[in-house]
Design a protein around this ligand. Sequence first.
Ligand SMILES: Nc1ncnc2c1ncn2[C@@H]1O[C@H](COP(=O)(O)OP(=O)(O)OP(=O)(O)O)[C@@H](O)[C@H]1O
Length: 265
Amino acid sequence: MSADATPAVRVRGLANRFGAQVVHEGLDLDVRQGEILGVVGGSGSGKSVLMRSILGLRTPDGGTIEVLGVDGLARDDASRLHIERNTGVLFQDGALFSSLTVGENVEVPLKEHHPGLPDGLRRELALLKVKLAGLPADAIDKLPSQLSGGMRKRAGLARALALDPPLLFLDEPTAGLDPIGAAAFDTLILTLRQALGLTVFIITHDLDTLYAICDRIAVIADRRIVATGPLEEIERLDHPWVQEYFNGPRGRAAREAGERAAVEP
Ligand SMILES: Nc1ncnc2c1ncn2[C@@H]1O[C@H](COP(=O)(O)OP(=O)(O)OP(=O)(O)O)[C@@H](O)[C@H]1O
């Protein structure tokens, strides 16, 4: 992974406005191939709007976006299909269809993108993704309402992985999980990245996640990305939000936990 390889995602001069509210202005960001990039910023700083813009779910008011070599703002079918087939998304609330079983949820993108797949094979593939996401095989026939919060996240992840996308987007994946469940989810993401060679864009408030699995951090503040880099660089940044976030009591606790984990076998 060299720094000058074409990035998986390249955003330049992004602008997003809602009426008089300016959310992004001149926002630049690269997501490098194969990295886990943590995106942090205060509440309402525009993390989700950035993700939605990259995925083509929102048309920004200005700027350019390239996703896996394709113009992310193009609206022709071939470009949309290329991006849809090569990206997986875990939305903050899981966004599972509540009336479908876990297996049926995972089958939705398979049906849409590979309509010719025989039923039995499609179900086999769904089962594989369910197991890959760390769920027991019998979860496949359960409804989302019959699962714990952590299991629902895993079901959402199984669906995000349905098409074997090289690029994965996760919006607050550990929000609402207890610390043990959150740590297990972090480990799963790290394992999947290593096994499948994924590039991961992860929006998080979870300092433990940043310390445990992110290669680089991008900070959104003042309507743009104010810094990207490894944690030790970001922590030293002379920016009020960054200082409060990383060097407040919770930041210190997460850093110490990360350092302990690094020295333990
Ligand atoms: N569809 C919309 N219509 C109007 N305003 C919107 C819309 N979507 C987002 N916003 C506004 O844009 C700003 C950024 O929202 P966004 O959801 O990206 O923030 P965030 O950084 O993800 O926040 P959080 O960490 O709280 O989830 C917020 O002020 C929000 O109210």
